[in-house]
Design a binder for this molecule. Sequence first.
Ligand SMILES: [Zn+2]
Length: 104
Amino acid sequence: MQIKSGATIVNLNPSMRPALIGCQKVFNKHDTNFVITCGLDGAHSAGSLHYYGFAIDVRTRDLGNKLQDCYQDLLNELPGFDVVLERNHIHIENEIAFKEQWCK
Ligand SMILES: [Zn+2]
């Protein structure tokens, strides 16, 4: 796993750990580096879970024509997480854990 310079996963919620492990497994399968481009850093929408440590963005540009297969594998590998294919990255968040912790 690599973390893009400037990106931070300090204070990433432990509930995201399975997502990191699952991503590593899937990117290994596709022989591509797993790079987190954004964790708790960056500017996001007002309600974004990035600010609370329940979301990461993952680099997709190195996947080339493996993108769709990789995305499908992530969906299969990470049940319970929201895995969203964005224009230039894959956003992964754990809204269930966020709500359990903060919305009781
Ligand atoms: Zn994101």
